[in-house]
Design a protein around this ligand. Structure first.
Ligand SMILES: Cc1cc(CN)n(C)n1
Length: 330
């Protein structure tokens, strides 16, 4: 079995939303596919109406296949301090044609303001490793872990795009979506993430620096959070750039001509076009813009979010004993 689902960007590519069918008859919710977490949770009819502002809600009472997981609860806080919690059902979940009939669907009973204010985002679909799923007292499996054995290949791929819709594919590598070779690198999943070594970096046409650093491939994080020294060196090349703590990071004049950012995977080199690194304006007149590359200070590892991932075709491969990530140009 294999399947393919759309990944449609919200404004500024802050996140990408994917239609997911849940229950019988199917209820379609648009979820943020997140390789940096491992809970599939949804806005639901179990939460106060005051915290729902336009989102679709999963209604288990309208699904003939929904089964409550007695006494199971969950709660999760993300890197941006957004939060959700709730109870658990098992139900049919179908993503791009790949279906599992007893997927843990974590129905929210409460969410933080950040989620309430994003009318288009109906929840998250976590694709990190099941070891960090938050359901208690018994941990649940991610959708990918549940379907892996029925897929033609135990892998999924991300083809995110700049200000355009892309795809998440399950069980198949679509060779029409990339050019050249796929370069693979081993993943250390001991913290539950798709963590790997970035073999170095280059700024624009400057010499590539072979100083490696660890990072996680995280489709649910908007920006690329990189080592402070790397980030400092990048913005040194941008006239008028400055670290503005009131904005929470580096900003620069929106008209700035941004250098590209090159990152290494093994011996391969991939480039994020400068244009991708102008994330969004911070003011109404669009004079000052917020950088798509920011510091990972305080996190403990780099976070390779959408700003970086959209520059490549990425394979999340769990088909061998050691999981691995594949990167290809496109
Ligand atoms: C909701 C959400 C998901 C993620 C990435 N794992 N963040 C930072 N916020």
């Amino acid at each position: 079995d294999s399947g393919s689902a759309r990944a449609s960007p919200e404004q500024y590519d802050i996140q990408y939303l994917t239609p997911v069918e849940i229950g019988t008859p199917p209820q379609t919710l648009n979820l943020d596919v997140d390789s940096g977490s491992s809970d599939l949770w949804v806005f639901s009819t179990e939460m106060p109406a005051s915290s729902v502002k336009g989102q679709a809600q999963y209604d288990p009472s309208k699904s003939s296949t929904a089964k409550r997981v007695q006494d199971a609860t969950w709660n999760i806080t993300y890197g941006d301090n957004s939060y959700s919690e709730g109870i658990v059902y098992k139900d049919v979940v179908n993503v791009g044609g790949v279906s599992f009939d007893a997927q843990a669907v974590e129905a929210a009973t409460a969410v933080s303001q950040t989620f309430t204010t994003d009318a288009n985002d109906d929840g998250l679909l976590g694709l990190a490793f099941s070891t960090i799923n938050t359901v208690q007292p018994s941990q649940e499996k991610t959708f990918f872990d549940n379907v892996a054995s029925e897929l033609d290949a135990a892998l999924w791929t991300a083809d995110l795009k700049y200000h355009k819709s892309g795809c998440y594919d399950f069980g198949v590598i679509d060779d029409s979506k990339y050019t050249g070779q796929i370069t693979y690198t081993d993943v250390d999943s001991s913290d539950g993430f798709w963590m790997f070594d970035v073999s170095g970096y280059g700024i624009g046409n400057n010499t590539f620096q072979s100083t490696s650093f660890q990072g996680i491939a995280d489709t649910g994080t908007t920006l690329a959070m990189l080592p402070a020294q790397v980030v400092k060196a990048y913005y040194k090349q941008v006239r008028g750039a400055k670290l503005d703590n009131s904005q929470g990071g580096y900003v620069f004049p929106c008209q700035a001509n941004l250098p590209s950012f090159v990152y290494g995977v093994g011996n391969a080199r991939y480039e994020i076009p400068g244009q991708y690194i102008n994330y969004a304006p911070v003011d109404n007149d669009g004079t000052t813009c917020f950088g798509g590359i920011q510091s990972d200070a305080g996190i403990g590892f780099a976070i390779l979010g959408d700003i970086l991932l959209k520059s490549a075709f990425v394979v999340f491969d769990a088909s061998e004993n050691v999981p691995r990530l594949g990167f290809a140009k496109k």
